[in-house]
Structures are given as C-alpha cells and as structure tokens.
Design a protein around this ligand. Sequence first.
Ligand code: ADP
Ligand code: TMP
Ligand code: ASP
Length: 239
Amino acid sequence: MKKLELIYEGKAKKIFTTDITEQLIVEFKDDATAFNGQKKGEINKKGVLNNEISIIFFDLLAKHQIPHHQIKRISAKEVLVEKLEIIPVEVVMRNKVAGSLAERIGLKEGTMLKKPILEFYYKNDELGDPMINQFHIDSLELATVDELEEMSWLAFQINEILYDFLQEKEIDLIDFKLEFGKNKAGKVILGDEISPDTCRFWDLETGEKLDKDRFRRDLGNVTAAYQEILKRIQDGDNK
Ligand code: ADP
Ligand code: TMP
Ligand code: ASP
C-alpha cells in the first residue's frame, strides 16, 4: 500500500490518498490549536501520542461492534483509514460540566450531570463551529433523520464503553467530541480521532487535567499529560 498525495492539511492532521481509492492515510501532527485556531502552538510528541492513543480507543470500540474507519496502524504517526464523506456535525457527549457548558449554563466545572448530555455543533471553522440542534440538522440537510438517530445512538454506546474502560484506568471521562461519516455503502461510521485533543480526561482521584485543556489554559506539562493517558490505557488487557 502506497502513500500518495496530500489532499488535506487540517489543524491537527494531514490526509493522504493511497493506491487504494477507498483508503486514506491520516498523519497526526504535533501542531496544536485552540479557540478555533486563534491560539497556535506545538505539543512535543503529540502526533505520535495521539495516533497511539486513538488506535487503542478505536480497537476497544471495534471489540464492542462499533463501526469505525480505522483499518490499521501504519507507523508511529500514521494510521490507515476507510475514506468517509464526513457529516459536518460534531457530536459532543458530556458526563460532567466543563468547558463551554460551564460557561453557557453557569454551573461549576466538575458538576456531575444526572444523565449524559448530547450536543451537536455545525462543523464550520469560518463560523467557529456553532451549536445547533436536530431541527437545524434536518432543515439544513446536514444529515438525515435516520443518520442523526444512528450517530446519537452510537455516541451513547461509545460513551458507556469509554467511560467504563477509563474508570478502570483511574481516568474520569468528562466529555468528548466525535465525528461520523458515510462510507461508500452509505453506512454511518465513526471517523476522525479519539485523543486528549478531543476528550476531557481528569485523574479520577485528584481531578488533575490530562488533556488539551493544559494547552488551552496554559497549565504546563502538556506532553506529560498525554504520555500519562497513553501509559494508563496501555496497561493490561483492553476489555
Ligand atoms: P480540522 O479539519 O478541524 O482542522 P484535522 O486537522 O483533525 O481537523 O483534520 C482531519 C480532517 O479529516 C477533519 O476535517 C476530519 O473531519 C477529516 N476526516 C477524519 N476522518 C476521515 C475519514 N475517514 N475520511 C475522510 N475525512 C476524514
Ligand atoms: P467544549 O466544552 O469546549 O464545548 O468542548 C467539549 C468537548 O469537545 C471537549 O472534550 C473538547 C472537544 N472539542 C473538540 O474536540 N474540538 C473542538 O473544536 C472543541 C470546541 C471541543
Ligand atoms: N479544535 C479547535 C481549534 O483547533 C478548538 C479546541 O480544540 O479547543 O481551534
């Protein structure tokens, strides 16, 4: 399998075509951005760490029959994936109040939610990914009602799988963002990545932040936090 042309360079990853039409290579970068690209920087070793972390999470989800794009690890920074037509809706799942939810509803970060909250954001950098609901998605035809139902159902399943797995690793899964797409057969599949860039992970005992909030909020020791996540999820067998 050959890596061919760079077709997209995003804020955190590069996408390459391969000699197989329906397969792409994703290369994880060390670049980090926050606040819709307004804050820019680099996190030492992030490309390698996020690739390895994301691979472990996708492998775990595969064991639980969650359909996803990952085919195989290519190198420390690269993974082979199934090409998807990405649905321009970012799906956020929250177990505890943090980040934009804390600001929006005025509850303290860390407040436990009685039930997980599912949110949708329009994936559009120019607009700063505004929050939308199922009626916007339906009316603007960003996804069909059936596709959105499938994405939502998968997001709740994924939350349960990741939450239980991470509790055993002494990690509190506060919230995370998912992206879905459609494959050639029209099936809704989980795409993109699952990493400390796209999730909030807090140490279960101390509440220490082990994710990109360390970069967003200038808390320091960013690489060490990502390394700690990889170390913990590598420990023992992934159930
Ligand atoms: P951004 O585009 O927000 O800057 P990235 O740097 O992470 O983000 O770029 C990766 C891009 O690849 C994202 O736009 C994402 O939606 C897209 N993508 C993720 N998985 C797939 C896939 N399997 N097929 C096609 N595109 C994908
Ligand atoms: P938020 O509290 O800033 O809305 O973020 C919710 C979750 O989504 C958090 O785990 C970080 C993740 N996220 C992304 O992956 N990409 C983004 O662009 C944003 C804003 C959040
Ligand atoms: N991913 C977004 C950006 O790059 C925001 C974030 O992760 O905080 O700006």
